[in-house]
Design a protein around this ligand. Sequence first.
Ligand SMILES: [Fe+2]
Ligand SMILES: [Fe+2]
Length: 191
Amino acid sequence: MAHVDQAVENQDVDANEIRLYSYYRDAELRGSNLIYRLLRVLDDPESQTNLSQHLSDETRHAWLWTELIGELGGSPIKVDDGYQVRIGKRAGLPRHPVDLLALTVVVEQRALRRYIEHLKRPDVRERTLEVLRDVSKDEGWHIDWIRRKGREIAEREGTPERFDEALERFRAIDREVMEELESMEREAGLV
Ligand SMILES: [Fe+2]
Ligand SMILES: [Fe+2]
């Protein structure tokens, strides 16, 4: 009987992990969508080059989570109430490039913070640690160049404060969304 209980318990753990990694995967895929949008609005050669690399990184991150879900014997779960959907409902999709860049910084910083926090948890399986380290290592340059570009455009347009104001606005929304998500994850036993 003990081994049956054990099996059921392991199954539960894997189902929760698959759900959590599906949330991470979804955030990466929807983050890619923001980068796609930036590709259409930022025409300068530096942005076009960086955005191509950036998009390639984000889709690779989504694949790394997908691959890990597969290794655990699962399939990605469709997520329609994740971080990005909730942010989108509150913030809409900004049209101005400076606002779009500010939103991208906020969601990238959140992704990085979530991964770093997960890395510090006890008893994280080795493969998960590997993926967490791999995806985190790209986020530093993503945040740096997007922030620099946002400030540069805001200054060039004669509204230097616009970028930081947008950052503040989106950070407030991000905090609300995270409070909701964390209580949802706690209730579902994901963390
Ligand atoms: Fe990413
Ligand atoms: Fe990123």
